[in-house]
Ligand binder design. Sequence first.
Ligand SMILES: Cc1cc2nc3c(=O)[nH]c(=O)nc-3n(C[C@H](O)[C@H](O)[C@H](O)COP(=O)(O)O)c2cc1C
Length: 215
Amino acid sequence: MSEPEPRLVTITSTQAFGEDQPNPDETLPDPLALLGGWLPANTDELRPLMTLATIDADGYPDSRNVLLSEFDGEALFFHTDARSRKASELAANPRVSLTFVWSELGRQLTVVGDAEPASAEEAAAVFASRSRYLQLLAWSNTSELAERGVAARREAWAAFAAEHPDGTLDAPPTWVGFRVTPRRITFWRGDLDGPSNRVEYTRSGDGWSAERLPG
Ligand SMILES: Cc1cc2nc3c(=O)[nH]c(=O)nc-3n(C[C@H](O)[C@H](O)[C@H](O)COP(=O)(O)O)c2cc1C
């Protein structure tokens, strides 16, 4: 007897985590190295997911999840479609927040900062490093395709994939990258044996100020 068709698809994901500072009671003069430490290496194919919040034209927050493409020691990069709502919102207001969570580990990282377009070279290099699936997805990101039913969408996808073998696709003209320079970084560590440990770093002049916060 065949198994019944599952009604829901179960998706599991594991967020890769880098490494923490040895002594979390220590406050650092510059949190950027610690930020890089928490994130997996840029070469890790499993990219971390982050909630990107932007501000819409009415002043309301807007949020969605995107992949962190890379961290260069100064700024965090993500990539998207130039026709997307987030891209229009960023053109009008570059202020963003990025939130990562590693709930199994009891870690949360929040970055508040300003987004600016990344260079075309950087965006092309990230596209080249994306999986075949994500490359095809970037090319299939059209409202015309979104309006069609699943079967028609899959047919168009398969035809496009057949016409463009693996390794032959450059980034579509609508592929854009943004680099976010942090102005505030908050590291939250859960502690099963005590209160959570939250340290917030805020840019101050040429350096950073640090504050320990509850919650
Ligand atoms: C796991 C996951 C990863 C995603 N990664 C990206 C990404 O890297 N870039 C992107 O533009 N959208 C990504 N999306 C889709 C966005 O969440 C969002 O639906 C899309 O970008 C449109 O957002 P907007 O209309 O607010 O601009 C991802 C969604 C999920 C669930």
